[in-house]
Design a protein around this ligand. Structure first.
Ligand code: SDX
Length: 431
C-alpha cells in the first residue's frame, strides 16, 4: 500500500473524521474510506464505480485523458509494435520482460498445455450447433474445474501457476472448438510447431481434407489483436473475476465468470454489436440517420465501438487496431470492403460532430477489431470469444495479484436501501 502523506477531513453533523489519502505512482490520489462506516456510520454511494478504486495494482495503468495504456510501465503501442502476445503474457504475469531463456521456457510450457482433456470433446456435443460460442466458452471453461482437479487449490502457489498456464494455453483451443462445432466441422488439434496466433488460426480454419498454411501477415495481425486486448485495469469483467476470486472460488470458475461478464454488448460484446451496427447502416448515405439516433436522448441506440468509461481521448488500442485493419484488408484485397468504408465515414462524421466531441466519445478498441476479424473470415459470433481468449491472461494476472495480497477480504458492497421498512405479514383474506 502507498504511504499516506495527506488526510481529508469529513464533517458530518458537526463531527469530523480524518480519512487518509494515498498518492499512487501514477493517476489520481485515493481516499481511504475503509473505516468510514465503523467511525461515522455512513456508507459511500457510487453505483457503476465511477469514482471508486476497488484494489491496488501494479499491472496496468490507463490515463484516460492522455489516451495512455501501460502494461507494467510499457506503452501499448510499443508492446504491439515490438513484442508479441506470449511475451506480453509473461510481462503481465511476472512483472518484467523475460530473458530469451525465460521466454523460451514459458512459450514451451504454454505450447505443451494447449490440448484439452479428450473427454471434454463430448462436453461440446451437448450444445445445439447454433449455440453462441460465448455460451459454450462459459460452460467449457467453467467445466475445466471438473477435469483439472490438480490445479484448483488456490492456497497452493504451484497449483495457481499450473492453472494459469492451463487457462492461457487451453482457452484458444476451446474457442476454436466452439467455432468448429458451430459450423459442423471436425475439431482441429493444436500444433506445437506453430506459434500461439498461428496455432489459433490453424485450429479455426484448417480442415482434414487439405493442408492449411497460415499467412504470416494474418498471424501477426491476430497476435496483435490478442496483445491489444490482453489486460485493461479494473474493467467490468476483471472486476468480476476479482470478486469471484475473493470468495475463494477456483480459477476456472473465476475465469468463466469473467467470460460471462465480457459477453455483454456494453463491454466485450461491443465488437460483435459494432459490426452488426455497421452492416445495419449499410451505406455512407445512412450515416447521418444513425448519428442523429445516437444523439437522441429518447432513442436507446448508441454508436457501438464508441465511448469509454475511462478514455476521454482516443483509445490507444484503436489507433494500433486501425493500422492493422488497413494492413489486413490490403493483404486480403478487401480494402474496398463496404463495411470498412462505412466505418471510416462514420468515424469521420462522429469525430466532426460537436455532440461526440463534447461528450468525449471516441472510437474504442472494439470499433476496428470487428472489421479485421470479419476480413479474416470469422463470423461476428466469434469476435467476443477472441476478446475473451486475449483477456484470459489479464484476468489471470489480476487474479494472481489479488490472491497474493495478505489483506484480501471477500468483496461485499453495501447499498442505499429505498425499500419498505419493517411491516407485519397480512393474511390473504385481509388483502
Ligand atoms: C470495452 O472498461 C474497459 O476498460 C472496457 C474495455 C476493456 O478493454 O476491458 O475497454 C472494453 O468494453 C470498450 C467499450 C465497448 N462498448 C461499446 O462500444 C458500447 C458503446 N459504448 C457505450 O455503451 C459507453 O460509451 C460505455 C459503456 C463504453 C461507457 O459508458 P459510461 O462511461 O457509463 O458513459 P455513459 O453511459 O454515462 O455515457 C456518457 C454520455 C451519456 O450521455 P448523457 O446521459 O451524459 O447525456 O455519453 C453518451 C451517453 O448517452 N454516450 C453515447 C455513447 N456512449 C456514451 N452516446 C452515443 N453513443 C455511444 N456509444
Amino acid at each position: 500500500m502507498a504511504d499516506t502523506q495527506k488526510t481529508a477531513t469529513l464533517t458530518i453533523d458537526g463531527a469530523s473524521y480524518d480519512l487518509p489519502i494515498y498518492s499512487p505512482t501514477a493517476g489520481p490520489d485515493v481516499l481511504d474510506i475503509r473505516k468510514l462506516y465503523s467511525q461515522a456510520g455512513v456508507f459511500t454511494y457510487d453505483p457503476g464505480f465511477t469514482s471508486t478504486s476497488a484494489c491496488d495494482s501494479t499491472i496496468t495503468f490507463i490515463d484516460g485523458g492522455k489516451g495512455e495504456l501501460l502494461h507494467r510501465g510499457y506503452p501499448i503501442d510499443q508492446l504491439a509494435g515490438k513484442s508479441h502476445y506470449l511475451e506480453v503474457c509473461y510481462l503481465l504475469l511476472y512483472g518484467e520482460l523475460p530473458s530469451a531463456v525465460e521466454l523460451e521456457k514459458f512459450e514451451l510450457t504454454i505450447t505443451r498445455h494447449t490440448m484439452i482433456h479428450e473427454q471434454m470433446h463430448n462436453f461440446f456435443r451437448g450444445f445445439r450447433r447454433d449455440a453462441h460460442p460465448m455460451a459454450i466458452m462459459v460452460g467449457a471453461v467453467g467445466a475445466m474445474a471438473a477435469f483439472y482437479h490438480d490445479s484448483t487449490d488456490i492456497s497452493d502457489p504451484h497449483q495457481r501457476e499450473v492453472a494459469s498456464h492451463r487457462l492461457i494455453a487451453k482457452v484458444p483451443t476451446i474457442a476454436a472448438m466452439a467455432y468448429k462445432y458451430s459450423i459442423g466441422q471436425p475439431f482441429v488439434y493444436p500444433r506445437n510447431d506453430l506459434d500461439y496466433a498461428a496455432n489459433f488460426l490453424h485450429m479455426c480454419f484448417a480442415v482434414p481434407a487439405e493442408e492449411y498454411v497460415v499467412d504470416p501477415i494474418l498471424a501477426r495481425a491476430m497476435d496483435r489483436i490478442f496483445t491489444l486486448h490482453a489486460d485493461h485495469e479494473q474493467n467490468a469483467s476483471t472486476s468480476t473475476v476479482r470478486l469471484a476470486s475473493s470468495s475463494g472460488a477456483n480459477p476456472f470458475a473465476c475465469i468463466a465468470a469473467g467470460i460471462a461478464c465480457l459477453w455483454g454488448p456494453a463491454h466485450g460484446g461491443a465488437n460483435q454489436a459494432c459490426l452488426e451496427m455497421l452492416k445495419e447502416i449499410g451505406s455512407v448515405e445512412r450515416i447521418p440517420e444513425f448519428i442523429a439516433r445516437a444523439k437522441d436522448k429518447d432513442d436507446p441506440f448508441r454508436l457501438m465501438g464508441f465511448g469509454h468509461r475511462v478514455y476521454k481521448n482516443f483509445d490507444p488500442r484503436a489507433t494500433v487496431m486501425k493500422q492493422s485493419a488497413d494492413e489486413v484488408l490490403d493483404l486480403l484485397g478487401v480494402e474496398n470492403n463496404p463495411v470498412l468504408g462505412v466505418a471510416k465515414e462514420l468515424e469521420q462524421a462522429a469525430l466532426a460532430d460537436p455532440y461526440f466531441a463534447e461528450k468525449k466519445l471516441f472510437p474504442n478498441v472494439d470499433f476496428y477489431s470487428g472489421i479485421i476479424l470479419e476480413a479474416m473470415g470469422f463470423p461476428t459470433s466469434m469476435f467476443t470469444p477472441i476478446f475473451a481468449l486475449s483477456r484470459t491472461v489479464g484476468w489471470i494476472s489480476q487474479w494472481k495479484e489479488q490472491l497474493a495480497d495478505p489483506g484480501m477480504k471477500i468483496g461485499r458492497p453495501r447499498q442505499l436501501y429505498l425499500g419498505e421498512t419493517l411491516r407485519d405479514y397480512t393474511d390473504i383474506e385481509k388483502r
